[in-house]
Design a protein around this ligand. Structure first.
Ligand code: C2E
Ligand code: CA
Ligand code: CA
Length: 514
């Protein structure tokens, strides 16, 4: 009860006043008698006692009220600081300090409802950010994002705005521009202000980003449409080979949406481990023996069923998901190779397809090398299949890396031979052991095709390169290829791609027949 009275500030003041007043009434006369020995002085002081009382109570009441006011000011100050902090958290990104998605949404919605003026949204995505995060860890990845945010916020000032939408995605609002060229120029300046490289410790990274642009009101009347369209344009830019800027256009729409959906499905597929391997036999044509197998990735999507690698590998290459996918495939293949070695099948060659992207990318290649050094298998029976189109783009790097793999004992096969441009040059320059003749030559027994096959087989033999003919579907094709001394073949006639159990059965059958 007493506690309650003292905690209630107003009652406390009144109580304190009451206590002081009572003490005054009870004690003031006695105190006065002690100090004023003389009656005359006592009488004079009595006259002033009332004034002294008023003066003292004024001071006390002032002190009490002042104390209370200060407390109230402090308390409201603290709570408005807390409110400010909450507001900041709701509208700003904690990592970079930039406005966040919510802030950006509200800004664009305001603009759409309040002005009829043109503005643009640029959707910016850092190319290969996943690399930095995957190879160097999240802390370094975060540093990079902070660096980007810092550079952009220095360049982009109100009424324009830059926000972090999440992950490595940023959105830029550009308000006044007369033409698309001026807008592009402005974005180019922003890119230049970020620079081409970023250093972390002793490492230097090349900065590359894809930007998609949507303009209000041409490309959409509301926030969602504008953002979706700038995202589609960004994706189209990425598809064109990254480090590009694209305006949204109607006709990029459908194909790109298909790609975006595929990329999302791929991510779920990776998260849920939906990928498996099939193995297709490779046969020595003179004896009919299985001498090797090619690992082919299979994706049995939980809702859509089988999705062909010819459909999803190109998308995975654009998004960079190929690196993760290929690392998993390589690990699986090496585990399988080890099992075969333990079963005594040491000589069985195991081929795997390596995307040109994985070969050329520094960090991806480094990780692949690490995987190879983690598994103790006989690498002289592992074959890496690459396509010449992949090798052409960075021929010197490709040669250097293929030589590194060869030094570990691996063999190199040039896949889909004959479908690229200047195959013969690459036959000479690339350090290859095997040529895989593309199935389009084997197909229909066309006279010209037959001459080409004959020529390629003899040329390869002169260069000390083995030939594997792909896509053998009939006994006629099989017989013919044998007569021209093509040593190996692969195709539905010799064996379809199959799951490992099926292949193992086939291998034991063949083994027992011997
Ligand atoms: P590829 O490397 O040329 O693989 C051979 C493709 O031909 C496979 O298609 C195989 O199923 C198919 N094939 C085999 N024998 C015959 C035949 O007699 N007739 C016909 N018409 N086709 C035959 P798949 O599995 O659909 O793979 C398509 C492509 O996807 C592959 O072509 C390869 O470029 C890529 N791919 C498949 N698996 C992987 C992988 O693990 N990593 C990478 N990077 N690419 C892969
Ligand atoms: Ca292949
Ligand atoms: Ca092929």
């Amino acid at each position: 009860m007493i506690n309650y009275f003292f905690r209630n500030q107003s009652i406390a003041i009144v109580l304190k006043y009451g206590i002081f007043g009572s003490l005054w009434v009870v004690l003031s006369d006695s105190v006065l008698e002690v100090f004023a020995g003389d009656f005359e002085i006592y009488k004079n002081l009595q006259t002033y006692k009332g004034w002294i009382f008023i003066f003292l109570t004024m001071i006390i009441v002032y002190i009490l009220i002042n104390k209370r006011e200060k407390r109230i000011i402090n308390a409201t100050g603290e709570s408005s600081k807390a409110i400010r902090e909450l507001r900041h958290m709701a509208y700003y990104d904690t990592l970079t300090g930039l406005p966040n998605r919510a802030m950006f949404v509200s800004k664009i919605k305001n603009l759409v409802s309040s002005s009829r003026q043109k503005f643009a949204i640029a959707f910016l995505d850092i190319d290969n950010f996943k690399y930095i995060n995957d190879t160097l860890g999240h802390y370094i990845g975060d540093d990079f994002l902070k660096f980007m945010a810092h550079k952009m916020s220095k360049e982009i000032k109100a009424p324009d705005m830059v926000a972090r939408l999440g992950g490595d995605e940023f959105a830029i609002l550009i308000r006044s521009f007369e033409t698309k060229d001026i807008l592009l120029n402005r974005l180019e300046n922003i890119k230049n202000s970020i620079g081409n490289t970023w250093n972390s410790g002793s490492r230097e990274f090349y900065i590359s980003m894809s930007i998609g642009i949507a303009v209000y009101p041409d490309d959409g009347y509301d926030f969602d449409t504008l953002l979706k369209h700038s995202d589609i344009a960004m994706y189209a830019a990425k598809k064109e080979g990254k480090n590009k800027m694209f305006f949204y256009e109607e006709d990029i729409h459908y194909e790109t949406i298909w790609h975006i959906q595929m990329a999302n499905k791929l991510q779920k597929g990776l998260d849920c481990n939906e990928f498996e391997l099939n193995y297709q036999p490779q046969v020595q044509l003179s004896t009919g023996d299985i001498i090797g197998t090619e690992a082919l990735v299979r994706w049995n999507h939980p809702q859509e069923g089988y999705i062909s690698p010819a459909d999803f590998i190109p998308v995975a290459e654009i998004t960079g998901q190929i690196y993760e996918l290929e690392r998993r495939i390589i690990k699986n293949v090496l585990i399988q190779k080890k099992k075969w070695e333990e079963q005594g099948l040491n000589d069985l060659e195991l081929s795997l397809n390596l995307s040109g992207k994985s070969l050329i990318s520094n960090s991806s290649f480094r990780q692949i090398e690490e995987i190879f050094s983690d598994y103790d298998v006989d690498y002289s029976n592992i074959v890496i299949e690459i396509t010449e189109t992949a090798a052409i783009t960075h021929i010197d790097t490709a040669i250097e890396r293929l030589n590194i793999l060869k030094a570990k004992g691996l063999k190199i096969a040039l896949d889909d031979f004959g479908t690229g441009y200047s195959s013969l040059t690459y036959l000479r320059r690339l350090p290859i052991d095997i040529v895989k003749l593309d199935k389009s030559y084997i197909g229909n027994g066309d006279k010209k095709d037959i001459s080409i096959i004959k020529f390629i087989v003899s040329l390869a033999h002169d260069l000390g390169i083995r030939v594997i003919a792909e896509g053998i579907e009939t006994i006629e094709q099989y017989d013919y290829l044998r007569t021209i001394e093509c040593e190996c073949g692969q195709g539905y006639y010799l064996g379809r791609p199959m799951y490992i159990d099926e292949l193992n059965e086939l291998l034991t059958e063949k083994f027992e027949q011997k």
